[in-house]
Design a binder for this molecule. Structure first.
Ligand SMILES: *Cc1c(COP(=O)(O)O)cnc(C)c1O
Length: 475
């Protein structure tokens, strides 16, 4: 096997995949039953006998890519996963090849330096103090902190562990007190109740805060809600705000919520897994106005920063909050260990740690951060244009005016009709969309992730949806 030669074979296969995808020719999604696909890919034989190199590799990749969902097709409007910049994917390759497990500095100095800088870049975007390199004079005091981890779900859990440490410093040693609750909107991501389960609070410890009719936290009623919980003898561990919420892509009013939290002395966690990337855009960063008052933020790079999966940041305004998260007493971090760099291992659930910063960095550094700001602006503008057009058409109902790059609408008919249309679309495979529930009803949902999706693509999809709806009426 020649690694260089196999790299070129792989690059050729990926280039062909990209050309076909961008040309809107084949199918965005193409599903074969798993057992049949496993046979087609000859998986068992290859595991037993090997030989996946050269021409055999080329054949395998052709089959593999033929059965892969094409995010690079502009008609992909499915889930909130980045269409990664090619440079970010190269970062994933370099990380995979070097395998520098950089949770401790000496296992990956370059990877750690990149992650440190990426985290600082994000802290600055959040309006928080950046962190000096460890060992320098100011390090530690009142500076922000962060770590990159495998996805927003793990990042939310990490942030909530840090929040628990603030209200219950003995929890790490003695277990979670029984009276802790988390306050969140019904539309929070399921990783929030899941984190409550993992933390031993139980999902019922997520208390649903008052919201407006689009599911956004109602800051005016939040204070009384928290006081009410306190009157029951409960301790509010954190308030969770969405920026933006997964279903409709709408932002909670962060500043007002943060002011209430400050007043009450409650940790504010902002789940910006999808929407924190708006911070890169001068035009759209106002969506997170007031973020500088929050305590923690989760920001997925693999959603709107053109980064390969997975790379999610847990950021805290005060870095010491993250250092104490996994230990009651973080003093062991600050002893005079003689070392040049910084160990991330104290800040993350993971032990062996991938160089997640490299994938983000290479997406940023390929064209500079302004290109990612333009990308956000373009996708958000496309969502607004699509919504305007959908509203002007008869037979469609729009769920809400989009704030990010997510558009939800429905055709006339019941929930079953929406689900049937989505099912037919996916079976046909030329378009890929999802659905969501909002206000007790099912909606068709577009996540406009692909930088080449046009209003024309949305209009052609809508025409197809109309055709399917009419066919269902006739049948
Ligand atoms: C996607 C998302 C998550 C989960 O992030 P993963 O990286 O998929 O684990 C959490 N919260 C919100 C608001 C999200 O959009």
């Amino acid at each position: 096997m020649s690694f260089g030669k196999d790299c070129r074979i792989t690059a050729d296969a990926l280039e062909a995949f990209e050309t076909q995808s961008r040309g809107r020719t084949g199918k965005v999604i193409h599903q074969t039953p798993m057992a049949e696909l496993a046979r087609q890919l000859d998986i068992d034989r290859l595991i037993a006998e090997g030989g996946l190199t050269g021409d055999r590799l080329a054949r395998f990749l052709a089959d593999y890519l033929a059965n892969s969902t094409r995010l690079r097709d502009p008609r992909y409007m499915g889930h909130q996963v980045a269409v990664p910049h090619g440079s970010s994917a190269l970062g994933a390759l370099v990380d995979g090849f070097t395998n520098n497990a950089m949770a401790i500095y000496e296992m990956g100095p370059a990877a750690a330096a990149v992650e440190h800088k990426v985290v600082n870049w994000m802290l600055a975007k959040a309006g928080w103090q950046t962190a000096d390199p460890p060992g320098s004079a100011g390090a530690g005091s009142q500076q922000g902190g962060g770590v990159l981890t495998h996805g927003g779900s793990l990042a939310n859990l990490t942030a909530l562990v840090a929040a628990r440490g603030r209200v219950a410093p003995r929890a790490w040693m003695d277990g979670t007190p029984r009276n802790l609750v988390i306050v969140a909107a019904r539309g929070c991501h399921y990783s929030i109740p899941r984190a409550a389960g993992i933390l031993g609070l139980g999902e019922t410890a997520v208390r649903l805060a008052p919201t407006d009719d689009l599911g956004r936290l109602d800051a005016a009623r939040l204070g009384a809600f928290v006081e009410g919980l306190r009157a029951e003898g409960l301790t509010v561990m954190a308030v969770v705000a969405n920026a933006c919420a997964t279903a409709l892509g709408l932002y909670d009013p962060i500043r007002k919520v943060a002011e209430v939290c400050r007043e009450l002395g409650v940790w504010l966690h902002v789940d910006g897994a999808h929407g924190a990337s708006a911070l890169v855009s001068e035009r759209h960063r106002g969506l997170l106005d007031g973020l500088e008052l929050a305590d923690s933020l989760v920001w997925d790079a693999h959603k709107m920063l053109r980064t390969s999966v997975l790379s999610a940041a847990v950021l805290v305004r005060d870095g010491r909050d993250l250092d104490q998260a996994f230990h009651e007493d973080a003093s062991y971090l600050f002893h005079d260990k003689e070392q040049l760099g910084f160990d991330f291992v104290h800040r993350t659930i993971e032990c062996t740690k991938a160089a997640l910063g490299l994938k983000v960095f290479m997406a940023l550094a390929a064209e500079g951060e302004a290109a990612l700001a333009d990308y956000w602006d373009r996708q958000a503008e496309l969502a607004r244009e699509a919504a305007r057009w959908i509203r002007s058409e008869t037979g469609f109902e729009l769920a809400a005016e989009p704030q990010a790059n997510i558009v939800c609408f429905r055709v006339e008919g019941d929930d079953g009709r929406q689900l049937a249309i989505r099912k037919r679309l996916v079976e046909d495979g030329r378009y890929y969309i999802s659905t969501t529930e909002h206000a007790g009803r099912r909606w068709l949902r577009l996540a406009l992730m692909n930088p080449e999706t046009s209003l024309g693509d949305v209009q052609a999809l809508a025409a197809e949806i109309r055709r399917l709806a009419a066919a269902a009426n006739d049948g």
